[in-house]
Write a protein that binds this ligand. Structure first.
Ligand code: NCD
Length: 306
């Protein structure tokens, strides 16, 4: 039976910890240090990206390659999606090629879950619309665990375009389940009040529109990209950086142990100032990418049991 990974919502503390432990064991291999057994030798993975991606796609490909699996890649542009083939039909055809797993990124919220009900192979969600991005949530958790060794008592600020962010949703579910406190910070237009109710442990989610008022309480500050492609018209507000950017001045007001995260791609000078993004003491941005390979190795490996 294939093991799908569709979302982090509903996964238990134990299950999340098991995935993080499995990923942590792959960290040396993800860094290119040392070999791991080719546990997926002979397996075939379809990398199906109907939305743009740099990190996630290459990271899944790197993870598959490190474990000895072969990848085939399909992108929205250049596929029969442009001839009108439905998302489900495309997936059924890829499944009929005999793949062992499909990694799927789509603008359709719930798209990977739909496929999982119809295909024979494992389905791994690589980001579905605004809904979830489970491997990103796991790599964010792994990054925090590597930095602090625990989740209890850790205050994580997630800043910016929460409304459109699948990264935020997956992080909220996983972090609150693992015991962290999450502070959602953004302008009212990008952060509806209903977000507090998203997590099962709603008491661990706090909403504020005032970034400056909370900076000195944060152990982790996770900046999000403003998702222009998901907003109905309108650009980035002229005063976005003034109120919600992690500027040089704001970074100086963070506790000295506070780490800076961003899922990428970064709009430099909007969400994060250059010197903050590049500050090797604080910035985890490139470490997150490496952790993503380890997480995806763990997820791919367990999605295709022998
Ligand atoms: C994110 C995504 O596509 O959801 N990127 C990523 O996977 N690292 C976030 C974003 O595009 O802003």
């Amino acid at each position: 039976m294939p093991n799908h990974l569709l979302q982090l919502e509903g996964l238990s503390d134990e299950r999340l910890t098991q995935l993080l432990d499995a990923a942590a064991a792959y960290l040396p291999a993800a860094r290119g240090q040392g070999q791991v057994p080719a546990a997926l030798a002979g397996r075939l993975v379809a990398q199906m990206f109907f939305e743009d991606s740099t990190r996630t796609r290459l990271s899944f490909e790197a993870a598959a390659a490190r474990l000895g699996a072969r990848s085939m890649s399909l992108q929205g542009a250049g596929s029969s999606a442009s001839k009108g083939e439905t998302f489900l039909d495309t997936a059924l055809n890829v499944d009929a090629l005999g793949v062992d797993a499909m990694v799927v990124r789509t603008s359709i919220s719930g798209g990977p879950a739909l496929l999982a009900r119809h295909v024979r192979c494992a389905v791994i969600n690589a980001g579905d619309g605004r809904r979830e991005h489970p491997t990103q949530g796991l790599l964010d958790c792994l990054t925090i665990r590597e930095a602090f060794g625990r989740f209890n008592g850790i205050h994580v600020g997630i800043v910016g375009d929460i409304a459109n962010s699948r990264v935020a949703r997956s992080a909220i579910h996983a972090l609150t389940t693992l015991g962290a406190s999450v502070h959602l910070i953004g302008p009212p237009t990008l952060l509806p009040g209903c977000f507090a109710g998203v997590a099962r442990r709603a008491e661990s989610v706090h909403i504020t529109h005032d970034l400056d008022a909370i900076l000195d309480r944060l152990d982790v500050i996770m900046m999000l990209r403003v998702q222009l492609e998901r907003s109905a018209g309108g650009g980035i507000a002229a005063d976005y950086r003034e109120h919600y950017g992690l500027t040089h001045q704001r970074a100086q007001r963070l506790p000295s142990h506070c780490i800076v995260m961003h899922p990428g791609p970064v709009n430099r000078g909007v969400e994060v100032d250059d010197d903050v993004a590049d500050d090797v003491r604080r910035s985890q941005i490139l470490r997150q990418v490496t952790h993503g390979v380890a997480v995806r190795m763990a997820v791919l490996q367990e999605s295709m049991p022998r």
